[in-house]
Ligand binder design. Structure first.
Ligand code: EPZ
Length: 433
């Protein structure tokens, strides 16, 4: 496991646009995690392929083993989860607090066993990360809620959840996933309104339907789930994790910043329609194919005031907000970023200013960025996964050496990032303390 003290050292390109070659995209972190959690909906083992080798996958596997389900690796990219021996219903506290996605387990475990205990989930410090949608929803499904100060417990007296109607006051990705899964084993029908439309939600829903789940409305903002018995996985119903659109988008923005010619392989361009359109408007030369994107950095002579507003899918993803802010430090003119999803997701700005960026923060959701400015290499620390990759990108384009601390956060969402970046011309190395 990556130590919390590991860091990256980067020798910057100083504005040269020299990145070239091919970089492959791994399986999606935010698809593999719900897919792993769905194992508790089955009466036999499930197999998941195209697994990314990241820290969050390791933590989810540790949590699942802690519930006494069995996990085996057929190969590095394929794992099988056998829930038949599972009996514990308490999520290990310290592991759960290391990543927000631990909360997705609550639905399947509560639906299967009638009880689940878990801490307030952790993850990125990008805001309060409340869980009111979860506690309200499961009480509507008939569970009683206890809080002993250390752990929350949800329990159904009958051992089963009841189908119900839930109108989400906010579109929540993990709440959508956990209630969609809970509804599969509930008694009766569950209707979820104002659900998230992220491709990861759709992909996992389609996998569950292929195993017999009765979910209708996939791809729309209303899901209807007919409750029933445990699902059965067959050899044909392996789940292949979809490509990580946020990893692909991060590489795309890096290409727009510093590529002479970069090909991003094993991705789904249509998942990035809005970021691609915006980058084309800034002058980047982008060609897309069925499963690749080719990008060449444009000349930023066209001064244009670029404004982005993060939005639930298919809008501009909040997970690309920090990387795009780095891009705006190199754009000619004054750019604006509105972060509408999380109230703490601009908290990395001070370190970017330390590198020389000309950024003004108007409030917790709104910044303006003036460019182009040649960044200077500094020692910085990404407070979350995506600010972490943004600082790697800033270090790559800066003049001089940068030290990017908190490698663990980056390793949560980007597999062996330094090895892949070196292959396209980045001078980066990891220091393991
Ligand atoms: C998922 O987080 C992703 N994580 C996040 O990616 C992503 O940034 C986020 O969706 C938005 O796209 C996973 O899928 C594992 P939300 P999630 O619930 O589900 C509020 C990354 O870097 N809310 O969709 O936790 C919440 O505060 C990570 O890969 C409540 O108010 O996000 C936010 O303002 C970071 N109450 C809004 O909803 C709740 O009970 C959307 O958050 C739940 C959420």
């Amino acid at each position: 496991m990556t130590s919390n003290k590991d860091y990256f050292v980067i020798e910057g390109l100083g504005g040269a646009k020299k990145l070239h070659g091919k970089i492959s995209v791994s399986g999606s972190k935010n698809a593999v995690l719900p897919a792993m959690a769905s194992a508790f909906l089955f009466d036999n083992p499930i197999t998941i392929t195209n697994i990314p080798d990241t820290e969050d996958v390791k933590r989810m596997a540790e949590l699942i083993k802690g519930l006494k389900a069995r996990i085996s690796h057929k190969d590095k990219r394929t794992l099988t989860i056998d829930p038949r021996n599972a009996k514990k219903t308490i999520l290990e506290r310290e592991i759960s607090k290391r990543f927000r996605a631990s909360i997705i387990l609550v639905g399947p475990v509560l639906a299967r066993f009638g009880k689940v205990s878990f801490p307030h989930p952790g993850g990125c410090v990008i805001g309060a990360r409340p869980i009111d949608l979860f506690l309200e929803g499961f009480q509507k499904m008939g569970a009683t809620f206890f809080d002993n100060g250390e752990m929350f417990t949800l329990e159904s007296k009958t051992g089963k959840l009841n189908g119900t109607e839930i109108n989400f006051k906010l579109q929540s990705v993990t709440a959508t996933e956990t209630f969609m899964m809970a509804g599969i084993l509930a008694q009766g029908t569950t209707v979820l309104r104002n659900v998230a439309l992220e491709p990861e939600v759709t992909s996992v829903a389609e996998f569950l339907v292929s195993c017999g789940a009765r979910i209708s409305g996939i791809g729309t903002t209303t899901l209807t789930i007919e409750g029933g018995d445990l699902l059965t996985s067959t050899i044909e119903t392996k789940y292949e994790v979809i490509p990580d659109r946020i990893e692909a988008g991060s590489f795309l923005i890096l290409g727009a910043l510093a590529a002479s010619r970069l090909t991003i392989e094993k991705c789904v361009p249509e998942h990035l329609a809005i970021p691609i359109q915006i980058l084309r408007e800034t002058g980047a030369e982008i060609e897309t194919g069925k499963n690749f994107i080719k990008i060449k950095s444009g000349e930023n002579n066209s001064c244009s005031a670029i404004s982005i507003r993060t939005h639930e899918y298919p809008g501009f993803p909040t997970d690309l907000q920090a990387p795009f802010t780095v891009f705006l430090t190199q754009s000619c003119g004054e750019g604006t970023v509105f972060e509408t999803i999380f109230e703490g997701r601009l908290n990395y700005i001070s370190d970017l200013v330390k590198m020389g960026a000309d950024i003004k923060m108007w409030d917790a959701h709104h910044i303006t960025i003036k460019g182009p400015v040649l960044l200077k290499g500094k020692e910085v620390e990404g407070p979350d996964i995506r600010a972490g990759i943004a600082f790697i990108m800033a270090g790559i384009i800066a003049e001089g050496q940068s030290i990017i601390r908190n490698a663990y956060f980056i390793d949560r969402g980007y597999e062996k990032i330094e090895k892949r970046l070196r292959k396209i011309g980045v001078n980066i190395r990891r220091v393991t303390s």
